[in-house]
Ligand binder design. Structure first.
Ligand code: ADP
Length: 164
């Protein structure tokens, strides 16, 4: 039974994340999606809102692919969270070169803390590769069409946030 941990802020979850959920399911028997509290990043959505959006959008994937998906909020060290949930693999998505330097450092430091946990990088389908939560929020704030980037219920939640 192989458990993978896919951590992120998911503020909010996008089609890029969903594509990585699906791909990760082919590598593990149980996928834990770690939703980071990330107070420093000043998320738009509360932790509860982010968890609820991930839960409702990944339910269909778990059913279709026959993999158990668990959504797990966390505030502690990533490597500690991986140990807590029994993950032997950390899954990260890679987009452009810009992601690489940060991820490279993370792998090095996580490995220094626990060399038994491997990090695996996945790339989303070309259609979703350029999607970033930060840009989706900006487009929505400026009244652009975000329907290609996020599931319908996330688009509704985003529009409601900016309407306030
Ligand atoms: P972070 O705040 O750590 O960037 P995110 O919620 O933005 O977390 O993303 C979580 C993970 O998903 C990261 O590994 C990020 O690289 C990956 N990711 C986000 N969007 C995409 C995408 N469009 N394609 C592939 N990976 C992605």
């Amino acid at each position: 039974m192989r458990t993978g941990l896919y951590p992120g802020t998911f503020d909010p979850v996008t089609e890029g994340h969903l594509d990585i959920f699906r791909r990760a399911c082919s590598l593990v028997d149980r996928l834990v999606i770690g939703v980071a509290i990330n107070r420093d990043k000043g998320p738009l959505f509360t932790l509860e809102e982010r968890v609820a959006m991930v839960e409702s959008t990944c339910g269909g994937i778990a059913k279709d692919l026959g993999v158990e998906i668990v959504v797990h909020p966390f505030e502690n060290l990533l490597i500690q969270c991986a140990q807590d949930v029994g993950a032997t693999v950390i899954i990260r998505g890679l987009r452009a070169v810009a992601d690489f330097e940060y991820e490279y450092q993370m792998v090095g430091m996580n490995r220094a803390m626990n060399d038994d946990i491997e990090t695996v990088f996945l790339m989303a389908d070309a259609e979703y590769q350029s999607i970033a939560s930060k840009l989706v929020k900006e487009i929505c704030r400026l009244d652009g069409d975000i329907s290609k980037f996020v599931p319908a219920e996330v688009a509704t939640a985003l529009k409601a946030k900016y309407a306030k």
